[in-house]
Design a protein around this ligand. Sequence first.
Ligand code: ADP
Ligand code: MG
Length: 334
Amino acid sequence: MKFPIAHKTLGLAFTLLLYALTIPSQASGIWHESRQNHMGTEISVELWAPNKQSAETITKRAYAEVRRLDQMMNPWNPDSDLSRLNRAGAEGPVAVPREIIDVVARAQHYSALSEGAFDITFATVGRHYDYREGKAPTTEKIERERIKLGYQHIQVDEQAGTIAFDQPALQIDLGGIAKGYAVDRVINMLAEAGVKSAVVSAGGDSRVLGDLGGRSRIIGIRHPRKKDEFAALIPLSDTAISTSGDYERFFERDGVRYHHILDPGTGKSASGVQSASVMTSLAIDSDALSTTVFVLGVKKGLALVNSLPGVDAIIIDAQGQLHYSDELLLSTEP
Ligand code: ADP
Ligand code: MG
């Protein structure tokens, strides 16, 4: 993948996306934009449609799809299939919807690739943090809980459609991968409905379908420390991009930044990186990988990305320095 990247930091509106630099120039139709809150974040659906009525009908279906997945995978909703699994997984195999099997299997793939930097069982410790309330568990508690987590304790039986845990305290949370999956589902749905050009975002996970009248969509990577600025601008078409940052959900105490991406090896917030952005075809992959690269840090993160064909990354380190994966570096050389 080759991207001409704008290195300049631009002071533009506070939003991940830089809107409407280009509007499709197809013959007749409208560019329809909408936003709703689901999955603990803002979901936006923008699409090109023949008219307002068809745009609204398709958009409504898109949000219904997001709500369906939220109901299935939300760990805080006691009625979700995921909560049911978390309650009963240690007692034996639990039958779960095929989509949970697929998402957990993909998560396990990235856990194996990253030797556990990405690990949905981080929640075994992670559930004891409350970022809104500014609460973190004691060091003793972190140590006690941390040794219980580990993706190896999840047994996925794809054939039987069941998942079991071989560790009684194990808890899983799909927060690092489910939004990407939801974005992919919505994009597939739009494509099946005949939409040729769209941008779907769920918080830091976006995917661009098609291009905008022959031109790429410009996606901005937020400056991790300056709310209204972008650290880089990237033109994308038919690609997903996810950004994991330490500025989304955090609190600070005694000079320590407690944020929502945990290093499963320590049970504490991963440090060394302010933001990690990953670009690849599917949002489920860019989502899981942005979290993975964030935890791995610059050196190991870039090594992983450079070993995966069709995957690119931009990492902003603790000093605010930008680092690019090999293919991006090649494409930005003069
Ligand atoms: P965001 O949710 O802000 O888009 P990410 O995609 O990076 O950002 O996901 C962060 C979420 O991933 C956390 O809120 C948590 O649910 C989950 N998570 C945190 N640490 C890990 C980890 N080491 N492995 C897998 N998932 C994680
Ligand atoms: Mg992610």
